[in-house]
Design a protein around this ligand. Structure first.
Ligand SMILES: Nc1ncnc2c1ncn2[C@@H]1O[C@H](COP(=O)(O)OP(=O)(O)OP(=O)(O)O)[C@@H](O)[C@H]1O
Length: 255
């Protein structure tokens, strides 16, 4: 079993408040691992620690077997290039065209010709189900679902081995959300990249994940497969599943 991510007893204190209280988990190569939990439970904080944006107060974060907090800045930068991050709300640059957003990493370094950059952008856009027709549009001309796809295309532009999706379906209607779920599965098939997904969308989490981890106030309540969660008798797990199901029913348009 190849472990891509290993997190042991991760703790983070900010302004005297402990927001991660000893979180431990691992992610296997090629897995889709989803971190679920209510608002403020610490999901995004974990991903910040995974990419080295935040230094843990205590605990170990290993990526491909390397403790990221003992790396020098150059080595950390190399490791970060193996991780693609899909930001909540896509976080596209409004003044740049779609193709420029997708290849922003290379554009910023200024070493490649426009023709080559456009070729890479188109290749990545095709992987997320878009094409030539969106290349020269600005983000404001795209629908919410298309913006998410462009955000994903940008994250995969550097051919990462790990893709972190922060709330990939937030703000989308249920039908578009299911299309993004399918895209995440499809990309795992096509790129083989390991995925860490942060979500409070239970239906999405259940349909795409190999394993899930449920957080509550910075602590792990449960980790396991969908079946493990459905069988669980832990009151918080049961309540989380029930409230997620009710939300889905309420949001699904009646035919
Ligand atoms: N920069 C910060 N400074 C102080 N507190 C922070 C900071 N970032 C996050 N927090 C706090 O840490 C806790 C966990 O936040 P985090 O964003 O990780 O939760 P989350 O589960 O991702 O929530 P959401 O689903 O709302 O995005 C929250 O109580 C939040 O207020």
């Amino acid at each position: 079993m190849n472990l891509v991510i290993e997190v042991q007893d991760l703790r983070k204190v900010i302004n005297g408040r402990e927001i991660l209280k000893g979180v431990s988990f691992y992610v296997k190569e090629g897995e889709i691992f989803t971190i679920i939990g209510g608002s403020g439970s610490g999901k995004t904080s974990i991903t910040r620690c995974l990419v080295g944006l935040w230094k843990p107060t205590a605990g170990i974060v290993k990526i491909f077997g390397e403790d990221i907090n003992s790396l020098n800045p150059q080595r950390l930068d190399q490791l970060r290039r193996k991780i693609g991050y899909v930001f909540q709300g896509a976080a596209l640059f409004d003044s740049l065209r779609v193709w420029e957003n997708v290849v922003f990493f290379y554009l910023e370094r200024g070493k490649m010709k426009e023709e080559e950059l456009r070729r890479i952008a188109l290749e990545k856009l095709r992987l997320v189900g878009l094409g030539e027709e969106v290349m020269d549009l600005f983000p404001s001309e795209l629908s919410g679902g298309m913006r998410k796809r462009v955000g994903i295309a940008r994250a995969i532009a550097t051919e990462p081995k790990i893709i972190i999706y922060d709330e990939p379906t937030s703000g989308l209607d249920p039908i578009t959300s299911r299309l993004i779920d399918r895209l995440i599965l499809d990309l795992r098939e096509k790129t083989g990249a390991t995925a860490v997904v942060v979500s409070h969308d239970l239906v999405s989490a259940f349909s795409i994940s190999d394993r899930l981890m449920l957080l509550k106030e910075g602590e792990v309540v449960a980790t396991g497969s969908r079946e493990d969660f459905l069988r669980s008798t832990d009151p918080f797990v049961v309540e989380f599943i029930q409230s997620g199901m009710l939300r889905e029913i309420a949001e699904t348009p009646s035919s």
